[in-house]
Design a protein around this ligand. Structure first.
Ligand SMILES: [Zn+2]
Length: 490
């Protein structure tokens, strides 16, 4: 990336710089509060939506109900809409932002992508047809972003292309398959790259060493072969579509059942670099769960983050990007001490993503309104309809009916049987994990009536609007201050 002079207000490509990246699921409602926080702390930050789940090309958003899964483009906000609105509002607010095409997921279906959020990882591998159709869908999405013309960063997620069986093969099997699947010259080059251990500088004068045996290198070559190949195809497509316009590229490996090891980070980035390709941000799985505070060992988290950070910096000059950044409530960050561990491990040079928590905040605030108010009544309708949809899904054995959801629904039923005040609790787990579906519930005419009603409510009710903006700003400031993103271009 060429070094750039400090960009003015509006959309830009930030290059490699620490920053928060925030999902603007309902840009009409979220942009004022988020941009106000960015402005107050002099932050150049990201505005994003995930292409694999949250947003979709306009044609998908406008298609008749039932054409696509309810989970695809589930915010009801198209790529064109969030990118256009994000860029315009930022410019108006005098704030520098980076519009990001987040999480281009290469996977069999968007339902499978959503199931991963709930911790369910299908062990079947996607077929060649599914792969090609997923790729062509992603390319259509990239086309729309390129056309809008303000995108500054692309994030890919090819976790589903890992060949996980490689992890459990014997050394002899690994050797045999490595010889089958790689040319002799490539085999020699791959093994040579890891013959000597590598040592990297880490923040605070520490050092991180990573070594790979020949067997480990062969095993990872098998595991990541497809993912690397497809990632390169996506990178080249982005480059072709954007032409001379600068963009950064983020590679995420985080949506896996297991944590990423520093060896995997070293192997992936070293091979990527050997292909002559840049990686500006890298997202390993560091043990974070979606919509949950981190409750593991903070010292171990810090060590993991330090290892991945040092390798990513040492190999690609990339910053870590932390995914699944939302915690258990809009007020808990990612749990006590978590930001501190990330700061210590990275020296503060990090990118951090949150998205879902803003919608949870909106639901909590509506639930707290007086019983007869319009906002509270809207909340009740949303809650009841999401509950109905999920119960139907479980009864019919639909794709969302994962064991986690069944447990969450049973837990809710038990809670309200014991204590009637728990009825329509916005923190009921099943609701926290699935309330987002409300935005993509449609009537026969295709109207997203809950999404529309929320936008209308906040347009009419100036008092609630002001309170919501203030809470969105406060939530964003807790993230900015917690990770010291202030003045990040200074
Ligand atoms: Zn991710």
């Amino acid at each position: 990336m060429a070094s750039m002079s400090k960009p003015g207000p509006g959309p830009t490509c930030l290059g490699v710089v620490k920053h928060p990246a925030i999902g603007i699921r309902i840009p009409e409602l979220l942009l004022p509060g988020i941009l106000s926080a960015y402005r107050q702390r002099n932050v150049a930050g990201g505005l994003m939506l995930s292409f694999g789940r949250e947003t979709a090309p306009e044609a998908v958003i406008a298609a008749a109900p039932g054409t696509w899964e309810i989970t695809r483009g589930h915010t009801g906000t198209s790529i064109r809409k969030y990118q256009t609105m994000g860029a315009q509002e930022a410019e108006r607010a005098g704030v520098t932002v980076e519009i990001e095409a987040d999480h281009l997921i290469v996977i069999g279906s968007s339902t499978a992508a959503v199931q991963r959020i709930a911790g369910y990882h299908a062990d079947s591998h996607i077929s060649e047809e599914e792969l090609e159709s997923s790729l062509s869908y992603n390319m259509t999405a990239i086309d729309e972003a390129a056309e809008v013309g303000v995108v500054g960063c692309f994030t890919t997620d090819t976790s589903d292309l890992f060949w996980l069986e490689a992890d459990s093969l014997s050394a002899a099997q690994v050797r045999r398959l490595f010889e089958e699947r790689f040319e002799a010259a490539d085999r020699r080059r791959i093994l040579r790259r890891y013959r000597d251990g590598r040592t990297f500088r880490a923040p605070g004068g520490k050092r991180v060493s990573v070594t790979l045996s020949d067997t480990q290198a062969r095993r990872l070559a098998l595991k990541f072969q497809k993912s690397l190949e497809i990632n390169a195809r996506i990178y080249e497509y982005c480059q072709r579509k954007l032409g001379d316009r600068p963009f950064t590229f983020e590679i995420s490996l985080d949506e896996t059942a297991d944590m990423t090891s520093p060896r995997e980070t070293l192997f992936y980035l070293t091979e990527w670099k050997a292909m002559g390709l840049p990686c500006h941000y890298f997202a390993p799985n560091i043990g974070f769960g979606k919509r949950a505070d981190f409750r593991g060992d903070l010292a171990k988290l810090e060590t993991r983050v330090r290892q991945h950070h040092a390798v990513a910096q040492g190999v690609s000059r990339a910053l870590l990007s932390i995914h699944s950044g939302s915690g258990t409530t809009p007020y808990s960050g990612k749990g006590r001490g978590t930001y501190g561990a990330i700061l210590a491990g990275t020296g503060g040079d990090v990118k951090y993503k949150i998205s879902g928590v803003y919608f949870e905040l909106l639901m909590e605030m509506l639930a707290a309104l007086p019983a007869r108010s319009e906002g509270r009544r809207l909340y009740n309708r949303i809650f009841d309809e999401v509950l109905r949809l999920l119960k139907r899904e479980v009864k019919q054995g639909g794709p969302l009916a994962q064991p986690l959801l069944v447990r969450q629904l049973e837990k809710y039923d038990r809670a309200i049987a014991r204590d009637a005040t728990k009825k329509r609790d916005p923190r009921a787990e099943f609701f926290r994990f699935n309330s987002y579906l409300a935005l993509n519930i449609r009537d026969e005419d295709g109207e997203r009536y809950f999404r529309d009603a929320l936008v209308e409510l906040l347009a009419r009710d100036g008092e609630f609007r002001a309170e919501f903006d203030a809470e969105v700003t406060a939530l964003t400031l807790r993230l900015i201050d917690g990770l010291h993103f202030e003045n990040n271009l200074a």
